[in-house]
Design a protein around this ligand. Structure first.
Ligand SMILES: Nc1ncnc2c1ncn2[C@@H]1O[C@H](COP(=O)(O)OP(=O)(O)OP(=O)(O)O)[C@@H](O)[C@H]1O
Ligand SMILES: [Mg+2]
Length: 327
């Protein structure tokens, strides 16, 4: 039994369009024109316990709307959603105690008080025993290496330190299912890495099921075996990230560092030249030709170093989005 099951979920927003100008304003007093935005358009997927799934797509694709439907903040226009056997929008206490929706751009911490005060409030809301509370705060703060920030007024924390406190506040009740909406937004690379490590560890330690959206492909690459790609409210891809790379980028990049200068003319016919700026030389080759080509290069050129790489995930994703519009 999947822990999250979504069948033909749609969420449409009615957006009021005011015609331009003064006349438009007058007109709109009489007849209002509405336009329907299909933010989420009949999507279906299942997620098993313990999975960590990346949910990716460009701005306005429908990611946040989907996560809000899954966590019960929004009522779907149509379709069926089941999370841990509950219908999210019923917002039953037993459901809310097992999930968390964490949004990188929203905060719940009290600005002027130390984060621990917000944790204590959440302790009351979720009805958590003191002992369990102490253990979980200690565990989470240790995992995040953030013990020293618990007692500092939130306004004095950096963005990254605050995000760590937000995570603890959202996880005080030890949810089984986490919806993470851009948890690393605006953070520097070191802090992004910290948060990723934490999520990986949390997923492992508590067998938590996690759906994560992010515009940083590093997050997705590092954390998620499976990705769901959405655009215009529709799913374009649902499967292994590695298969996506194979399917949409059936090529590899061979990077060579040369020991001594060679005439660029001699490089012709070896893969597709991407860059030659001595001593660096990069060629693109078909996936199944990469070993053969690398061997050829090693045999015929003065090679200092050679590496075979997959293309950047960003490039692969761009390739997916460049397919014909499926609306
Ligand atoms: N409350 C709302 N009322 C009307 N339209 C909305 C509302 N919320 C979102 N939309 C529209 O629904 C679509 C999907 O928005 P959503 O926030 O789900 O996108 P997203 O994938 O999370 O994008 P981003 O990466 O920018 O966060 C967009 O076209 C957006 O303008
Ligand atoms: Mg969003």
């Amino acid at each position: 039994m999947p822990i999250i099951s979504v069948t033909n979920l749609s969420k449409h927003y009615s957006v009021y369009k005011k015609p331009p100008g003064f006349l438009g304003t007058v007109q709109s007093l009489v007849t209002r024109k509405y336009e329907v935005v299909r933010a989420v358009d009949a999507i279906s997927f299942n997620i098993d316990e313990g999975e960590l799934v990346g949910f990716i797509g460009p701005n306005g694709a429908g990611k946040t709307t989907t996560l809000k439907c899954l966590s019960g903040l929004l009522y779907p226009t149509s379709g069926k959603v089941s999370v841990l056997g509950f219908t999210p929008f019923d917002r039953k206490a037993a459901f809310l105690k097992q999930i968390a929706l964490i949004m990188g751009q929203k905060n719940q911490l009290w600005w002027d008080l130390p984060a621990i005060e917000t944790f204590l409030l959440n302790k009351e809301i979720y009805d958590i025993e003191q002992k369990r509370f102490d253990t979980i705060v200690h565990d989470l703060a240790s995992l995040l290496d953030a013990n020293e920030f618990l007692q500092v007024p939130v306004r004095k924390l950096s963005l990254g330190q605050r995000m760590k406190m937000e995570l603890i506040a959202s996880l005080i009740h030890n949810p089984k299912v986490m919806f993470l909406d851009e948890p690393t937004i605006g953070l520097d690379v070191v802090m992004q890495k910290n948060i990723r490590e934490f999520l990986k560890e949390y997923n492992r330690k508590y067998k938590a099921t996690i759906i994560l959206t992010s515009h940083y492909m590093g997050d997705v690459e590092e954390l998620c075996k499976r990705v769901i790609i959405i655009n215009f409210g529709k799913i374009l891809y649902d499967g292994l990230l590695s298969d996506l790379v194979k399917k949409h980028a059936p090529y590899k990049l061979i990077s060579v560092v040369l020991k001594e200068y060679v005439d660029p003319k001699t490089l012709e016919g070896i893969g597709e030249l991407r860059k030659f700026s001595f001593p660096e030389w990069i060629v693109r080759v078909k996936q199944n030709k990469s070993n053969e080509t690398a061997a050829k290069i090693l045999k015929h050129f003065p090679v200092e170093d050679i590496t075979i790489e997959d293309p950047a995930i960003e490039d692969v994703i761009r390739e997916v989005f460049s397919q014909p519009d499926k609306r």
